[in-house]
Structure formats: C-alpha cells, structure tokens
Design a protein around this ligand. Structure first.
Ligand SMILES: Nc1nc2c(ncn2[C@@H]2O[C@H](COP(=O)(O)OP(=O)(O)OP(=O)(O)O)[C@@H](O)[C@H]2O)c(=O)[nH]1
Ligand SMILES: Nc1ncnc2c1ncn2[C@@H]1O[C@H](COP(=O)(O)OP(=O)(O)OP(=O)(O)O)[C@@H](O)[C@H]1O
Length: 727
C-alpha cells in the first residue's frame, strides 16, 4: 500500500496531501505584529486558508509513493510571485512597553527554580500523540526478492534517521493523521469543537476569532483535538488577549501557526502545547509556576527554554553577533547545549513563522532579522536535520537580503524547472528497478531550493545551466552490488552526461562519504542527478563524519565537542520523533525505541555507539556583556565566574572573592542577579554582565566614574556615584 507523504513544509498539510507531489514557491499572506498595539482582539481575524502560512521556499520532494497520488496539476506557483511575507518575533523584539513585562516575567519566577533540565543530559518526556513516519519512499510491496519494511522491527530507529537524513519529508499514516479539511471532514465537525471549552479549559469564553483559529488548526492537524493542546490554546488565547500584530492580526495567530509548524513535523502534544504557549512567559503575566501547575513541568521547561533562547537571540541580534563567524558558531552550539533540543525546535518554528510574516516590518528590521536567521537559525535547522525548515528560512532570508537576485532567479526557475519531469523520472525508475528485480529501500526525488541554487552558483561561479543537480533522485538500496546494478538501470534509461559518473564507493571521499553519483539527461536535455547508496552509506552521509550538515558548512573547523553536541541533538530529536510515533498502530517500535542514552556516552546497542566519544568535559560558552557589548566566551569545563573575570582582564586583586564590591549595584551580574560567590561554576548559556546597569545610556559620566572606581580598587563606591546611580 502506498503511503502518502507529507513534506516537512510549513504549508497547509491539506495542500500537500492533495498534491503530494507539490513544489511551491512561497506564497504568503502578509501578517505583522505591533507589540504596542493592544486593541481589542476581536478585530480583524479569521484564518481563511489563504492566510495560512505557505511554503517558505522553492523546494520540493518527490517520491514513489507521492507519484502514485500525484496530481498532474502543478502547484508550482508563479515565479515572480512574492515569496513570503509575514512577521513577528515577539520574545525577541520587545519594545520598551514590553520590557516591563519581560522583566517582571523574570522576577515573577520562583527564585528557587532552576534552568530547564536539558534532554541532552537525560531522557525527556515524549508522550502524546502526533506522528512522524518514514520519509523515505520505501516500497511497501515486495520488489525483487526482498521485502523491506521501513516501519518494523529494529529498522524503526534506522528509519527515523533516514527520514531526517533524507531530511525533507515526514510520512504520516493516513489512517491516523486525521487531517481534515473542509471538504473531507464529516458534516458538522468543523462547526463544533470537540468539547466544551467553557466547562473544561477556559475561565472565559473564546471569542469568535479564537474559535475560528482553533477550528482551522484542528482542520489542519489532528493534534489540535488533543486535550492538552486545546487547553494550551485556551491559555494562550487568554494570556495574549488584546495583543495584536502590526498587520492587525491577533497575536494568538502567531502562536497557532508556530504550533502548526511543529505539528506538521510530527511534534507531540507536549511540544505543540509549548509551541502555543511559547511567548507567554515573556509577554504576558503567565508564570513558569502557573504553566507547570497547569500543564506539567515538561511544558513549562520547554516554554522557559524558548524564552531563554529568545533573549539570547535578541542580545546577539543587537550586537550583530551573526556577523562574527566564531561567535555565531559558538551561539549555535550554546543554543543546542543549554536547552532541551525540543526548545530549539520551537524556537525555529517561531522564527520560521516570523520570517514568513516579515513583510510589514520596516526594511531595516527585515534585514536585521534575515541576517540573524541566515547565520544562526538556518544553520541550526540544518544541524538538527530539518532541511525543509532550513530551506524555507534560507529562501526567505535570500528574499529580504538580496531582493533583486531573488526575483531574477525565481523567474528563471519558473521556466527551467520541470516538475512533471521529476515525477515521471521517479515513476520510470521505479518501474525499471522492479523489472530488474532490484530491491531498494527508498527512492526519493527533490528539487534543489532557490537559495541552494543561488549559493552554488555564486560559490562555484556557475550559471544556472551549469548546475546539474537542480533535479535529483536518490536511491537507497540494500547492498553495494545493488548500487552498481541500479546505476546500470539508470544509464539504460537515460543517457549519461560524460565525466559526471563518480564512484565514491570504490573511492570514498576523505571524510568517508560513499555513494555513486551520476548525471543523466532527460528529454529536453534537462540534467538529472542520481545518487545511489546503501543504507549504511546513507547513515554515514547524514549522521557520521560525512554528515550533510558538515558538508554544507564547508570550511568550518569544529571542535570535537561541537560535533558531538550537534550529533547528540540530532539523535535526541530523532529519538523523540520516533517515540512520538509509537502510538501509531502501523509502526512497531517495541524493540527499537529506547530512551536516549545519557550524554555523551552511548549504550552498546545504540546505533550511535560508533561515534567516538570526546568526554563530557567540553567547553562552556557564556555570554559576556561589557559596556553594552556582548561577546560569546569559550571557557574550559568547570570554569568559574572568577576565571571569566580573569580572562576578561578583570582578574586584578579587586575581584578576588573578598574584594567583591560591597554594593550590589556595582557587582557583576550573573543571569541578572548580582554575583555573591565568584567561585561559582559557569553553565552553558549563562549571561554575565561585567559592568553594572546604567540607568540612562546617555549618562556616560557615571560609566566613566564607575570605571575609575573599579580601577581604584574594591569597596570604594563613593556616595556621590551611588546617589547619582539611584537618581
Ligand atoms: N553528506 C554528504 N553528501 C555529499 C558529500 N559530498 C558530496 N555529497 C553529495 O553529492 C552531491 C554531489 O557531489 P559531487 O558528485 O562530489 O559533485 P561536485 O564535485 O561537488 O560537483 P557538483 O555535482 O557540481 O556539485 C552533493 O551535492 C551532495 O548532495 C559529503 O561529503 N557528504
Ligand atoms: N540527488 C539527490 N536526490 C535526493 N536528495 C538529494 C539529492 N542531492 C541532495 N539531496 C538532498 O537534498 C537536500 C538539499 O541539498 P542541497 O541541494 O541544498 O545541497 P546538495 O545538493 O547536497 O549540495 P551542493 O549544493 O553543494 O551540491 C539535502 O538533504 C540533500 O541530502
């Protein structure tokens, strides 16, 4: 039985379903948000399907299964169409009127509350529904001599890797997806919520716009019927009531779209609920404790993790950290290491929707966000293996950073891109492989993203005709022998482009990458790249030393700690996705799903145990703020505040523990609190402010006075200075 495929897109699932062989250029409605606006939320909203976020990039996936359901009609929209719009990132773009609430949100937390436990250090919860399935186009019937079930037995975990590795799509079991659109939903379903909100979850009635939002979300994904998720929806509605985006849309809409993006990649109810609540700590009066009591610590920790990431991201953006390669790189690692990897997922979904709604912001802000997204968030999505998000983020950044080139390339691609060609190539190859009794694990096709084409053209100084892999197929077979047999079949079907056959099986690349590559020409002389590999080679190509994210990051020389951290985060995300789908009857996971091993060592039977360990004593990255300038500092494991001060050239006698300034106002601050014990150990993601907060930035004389005072030594705060500071 063929399994329909949902691409890992932010597009409405229904559209992907109805046209599984979908390939779209972004086409977004425009949404903005004005943080200062607190008019009545009953204002202007309904989420018509035209308002749903659409695909953020020019990119598509094809599959043997997709093909079976493919509609010949093209969903590839006009190339000159405006590719994306949208905006806002609330937690990161706090206007002055929101600083108060942000501050109060940090103050109102429990003093005793600790940072969220990272799943990188231990198993996290992953209950709930939601589903994720194999991305690969696994044949579901016997082809040749073997039957490869992608969804059973020990293959389950492997398939989890593969689907992320193929990186581009997630299958849902159609029986369980319960994806509803207005055409297919049973009569009356969309008119009524599945429970009485007033009785169950809210202490106030949902306004009509909110009810519409919920119904719309429920029509797009079954997880929005889950009690926890509905409860989170009501809570988010209550908390954000009256808050509007600049477009006039209710703020709640952004929360819902973020949650839909998460649901679309198979996130479970805990993550989707946290996605709905992701801005409540920063922008509303909701507290950590309240979320924890109402939704459990799992959701509260995730929301807090996202909030922390948002603050760091804002700091980084204000300091243009994305421009500094080393610091940007440390930020990636810090983001992955300091929070549950799922919090990073939520942050990515939040950013993706904000990028989709960027249009109404002033150009300068659009560019600032796009720059940061390109340097920080797209690489994070890449490292986590969520390639469709990465592609959408990159395409949107490209649009805002290079509008002219973006438009030019888009219109060129409209004429050169041949959607039907890839569909029929997949079909044709599938038939030919079957005729030759060559069994394969998966057969997938993809269209290179707009930004990836642009980057390749600029990097290699090529014109578009010289890019051979705009259309590509990938076959994953069982063994080496089948790789060569499949290559022969490919060459029998289509003429080979001379000099383009590469045998990386016989001659692996230095990083261990193995695969057969060939480029053939299809009718009309359109080149088609075909990659053929075994599943072991594929694992290596996606998770091992030859991992695609490293390949794409090119020259970056990562420390083993960074490499391990990324691999760990990918592993955790994959594990969660596997665990999430365990409730799907079609998947037998009993022997494949185990909690993630404890960071950083793997159990013997863990498929990741082959990764060499580099010990838990990796570096610690912290944010140091001095005179309003932020930097990301790398320190050895177990470093203390004192070590940082010394590194910053502040290690003079005045900073020795007993010499710390008596006045709290003059002490350096750790995560906003004056440091009491300078020998305390630093944690990944800690924020240390070396200079005290100055009430008014224009008061440079106070800053200078403080500097002089530090230079004179400890405990000498003059009464005039302190009085001045307090005034
Ligand atoms: N994961 C991974 N993929 C790789 C690696 N090297 C190549 N690939 C994949 O193989 C494709 C083609 O690689 P090559 O055949 O070496 O092509 P090339 O020499 O770079 O030239 P082009 O075909 O123009 O890109 C790339 O676009 C990647 O998708 C690697 O080290 N790791
Ligand atoms: N021929 C192919 N068939 C299927 N998937 C592919 C093929 N080539 C690359 N991919 C996958 O498509 C995604 C996007 O890759 P992208 O086109 O950006 O880069 P690339 O082709 O791997 O590298 P480069 O741009 O350097 O040639 C990645 O997940 C990659 O593994």
């Amino acid at each position: 039985m063929a399994v329909p495929t949902i691409a890992l897109y932010a597009s409405p699932p229904s559209s992907v379903y109805s046209t599984p062989y979908s390939c779209q250029i972004n086409s977004h409605a425009s949404h903005d948000f004005d943080f200062n606006s607190r008019s009545s939320s009953s204002a202007s909203t309904t989420t018509s399907s035209s308002q749903k976020p659409a695909v953020g990039g020019l990119s598509c996936l094809f599959s043997t299964q997709s093909v079976k359901h493919a509609s010949s009609s093209s969903s590839f929209s006009s190339g000159t169409e405006d590719l994306g719009s949208l905006w806002h990132d609330r937690g990161e773009e706090l206007s002055s009127s929101f600083r108060g609430s942000s501050l109060s949100s940090s103050l109102k937390r429990d003093q005793g509350h600790h940072s969220p436990m990272t799943v990188l250090q231990g198993p996290g919860s992953s209950n709930g529904s939601g589903g994720i399935g194999a991305c690969s186009r696994s044949p579901s019937k016997r082809i040749g001599g073997d039957f490869y079930s992608s969804r059973s037995g020990s293959g389950g975990l492997f398939n989890g890797f593969v689907r992320h590795a193929l990186g581009s799509c997630v299958d849902y079991d159609p029986v369980n997806l319960h994806l509803r659109d207005s055409d297919s939903a049973p009569p009356g379903l969309l008119d009524e919520l599945t429970f009485n909100i007033d009785d169950g979850f809210g202490d106030s009635k949902l306004e009509p716009y909110a009810k519409d939002l919920l119904l719309d979300a429920q029509a797009r994904h079954k997880i929005f019927h889950d009690d926890l998720v509905v409860k989170a929806f009501c809570e988010a509605e209550n908390a954000h009531r009256g808050q509007m985006r600049a477009s006039g849309d209710p703020y709640l809409q952004h929360c819902v779209e973020t949650a839909v993006l998460l649901a679309t990649i198979g996130a479970n109810s805990t993550v989707v609920a946290a996605g709905l609540l992701h801005d409540t700590l920063d922008d509303t009066f909701v507290t950590y404790n309240y979320i924890s009591l109402s939704f459990g610590a799992g959701v509260a920790d995730l929301v807090e993790g996202v909030s922390k990431l948002s603050h760091l991201s804002k700091l980084a953006r204000e300091n243009d950290t994305a421009n500094k390669i080393v610091e940007a790189d440390r930020l990636h690692t810090m983001f992955l290491a300091m929070a549950d990897a799922r919090a990073v997922l939520i942050k990515l979904a939040d950013r993706l929707h904000n990028m989709m709604t960027l249009d109404s912001l002033p150009m300068i802000k659009q560019q600032r966000f796009a720059k940061e997204t390109l340097e920080i968030f797209a690489p994070l999505a890449n490292r986590l293996g969520i390639s469709t998000w990465k592609e959408q983020l990159e395409n949107l950044c490209f649009k805002y950073l290079n509008p002219v080139q973006h438009k030019e390339l888009t219109s060129k691609l409209v004429t050169s891109f041949d959607e039907a060609m890839v569909t029929s190539a997949v079909e044709k190859l599938e038939r030919a492989l079957k005729d030759e009794s060559i069994s394969y694990h998966s057969l997938s096709g993809r269209h290179k993203s707009l930004y990836s084409i642009h980057r390749k053209m600029s990097k290699k100084k090529l014109n578009m005709d010289e890019i051979h892999d705009i259309h590509g197929l990938r076959i994953i077979v069982e063994n080496e022998e089948d790789c060569y047999k499949a290559a022969t079949v490919v060459h029998q079907l289509w003429p080979e482009v001379p000099g383009k056959f590469k045998d990386y099986i016989l001659h692996p690349k230095f990083n261990g990458y193995q695969s057969l590559h060939t480029v053939v020409t299809r009718e009309g002389m359109v080149p088609l790249e075909v990659q053929i590999r075994t599943k072991e080679m594929h694992l290596q190509a996606e998770f091992g030393f030859a991992a695609h994210w490293r390949y794409k990051e090119g020259d970056c020389k990562h420390s083993s700690f960074v490499l391990q951290m990324v691999e760990w985060a990918r592993w955790v995300i994959t594990w969660h996705c596997e665990a999430m789908s365990k409730d799907q009857p079609s998947i037998s996971h009993s022997d494949s799903i185990k909690p993630p091993c404890k960071f950083p060592s793997h159990s013997e039977d863990c498929p990741f145990s082959c990764i060499p360990e580099c010990g838990a004593d990796g570096p610690v990255y912290v944010i140091m703020i001095e005179n309003d300038k932020m930097s990301v500092q790398e320190l050895a494991a177990h470093s203390t505040v004192m070590d940082l001060l010394e590194k910053a050239g502040r290690g003079s006698s005045r900073w020795i523990p007993y010499g710390f300034p008596v006045k709290e106002e003059l002490r350096p601050r750790l995560n906003h609190s004056p440091i009491i014990d300078p020998t305390c150990k630093l944690k990944m993601g800690d924020v240390i402010e070396l200079t005290p907060a100055i009430p008014d930035k224009s008061l440079t004389e106070y800053r200078e006075e403080i500097q002089r005072m530090y230079d004179r030594g400890p405990n000498v705060a003059t009464s005039t200075t302190m009085a001045g500071l307090r005034s």
